[in-house]
Design a protein around this ligand. Structure first.
Ligand code: PRP
Length: 183
C-alpha cells in the first residue's frame, strides 16, 4: 500500500520506501562484516518486525536462521509498562548462538530492555539489537542498539509493520498518522 492509497490519513511521510531499502542495505553490509564466519539467528518480535525482518533477511548475503517471539506489555492503552508477557516463545535453543533481535521501533525501550535480559539468560554467545526506528524523546530506559535505521521525532507513526489498531502495517513508507484518525 502506498501513501496515496490512504490520502488524508497521514500528515507527513517521514521515511519512504527507498530510504528504508537503502538504510537496511547499509546495515546489512555492517552486519555481514561483524558476523563473518559466525552463525547468526535473527529473532523477530511480532508483529511489527515482520516487514523489517523480511527485507533485512533477504538483503543479507550471509546464511541466517530466523525465529519469532510474540510479547505483550501489561498495562493500559498504548503505554508500555515494562512488564512483559510471552505470547509465543522461540522454538530455538539459544545456547552458544549469536542472536540479533530485529525490531521495528524502540519507543520507551521497556520491551527491548526486558527481552534483552530474557534472551541473555538463555546462554547465547551474543545478543545484539537491530531496530529500524527509535524515538529518543520517548526513551525511559537506555538501550544499546548496535544497528539502528533512523532516529525519529516522538510522533504517532505507522507503516512498514507499525500499526494503529492493526491497520497501516502494509504501508510501504513510514508516515505520521493524522490526529483525526486516532482522536
Ligand atoms: C511495538 C514495537 C515494540 C514495542 C516498542 O510493539 O514493535 O515491540 O512496541 O515499544 P516500547 O519501546 O515502548 O516497549 P506493539 O506492542 O505495538 O505490538 P506489535 O508489534 O504487535 O504492533
Amino acid at each position: 500500500m502506498e501513501p496515496r492509497d490512504i490520502e488524508g490519513d497521514l500528515t507527513e511521510i517521514l521515511i519512504d520506501e527507498e530510504q528504508i531499502r537503502a538504510r537496511l542495505a547499509e546495515l546489512c553490509r555492517v552486519i555481514e562484516k561483524d558476523y563473518a564466519g559466525k552463525d547468526l539467528l535473527l529473532v523477530g518480535v511480532l508483529k511489527g518486525a515482520v516487514m523489517v525482518m523480511a527485507d533485512l533477511a533477504r538483503e543479507l548475503v550471509h546464511p541466517i536462521t530466523m525465529d519469532w517471539m510474540a510479547v505483550s506489555s501489561y498495562g493500559s492503552g498504548t503505554q508500555s509498562s515494562g512488564v512483559v508477557r510471552i505470547l509465543k516463545d522461540l522454538d530455538t535453543d539459544l545456547h552458544g548462538r549469536n542472536v540479533l533481535i530485529v525490531e521495528d521501533i524502540i519507543d520507551s525501550g521497556l520491551t527491548l530492555s526486558w527481552l534483552l535480559a530474557n534472551l541473555k539468560s538463555r546462554g547465547p554467545e551474543s545478543v545484539e539489537i537491530c531496530a529500524l526506528l527509535r524515538k529518543p524523546a520517548a526513551a525511559r530506559v537506555d538501550i544499546d542498539v548496535k544497528y539502528l535505521g533512523f532516529d525519529i521525532p516522538n510522533q504517532f507513526v505507522v507503516g512498514y509493520g507499525l500499526d494503529f489498531d492493526e491497520r497501516y502495517r502494509n504501508l510501504r513508507s513510514v508516515g505520521v498518522l493524522a490526529p483525526h484518525i486516532y482522536a
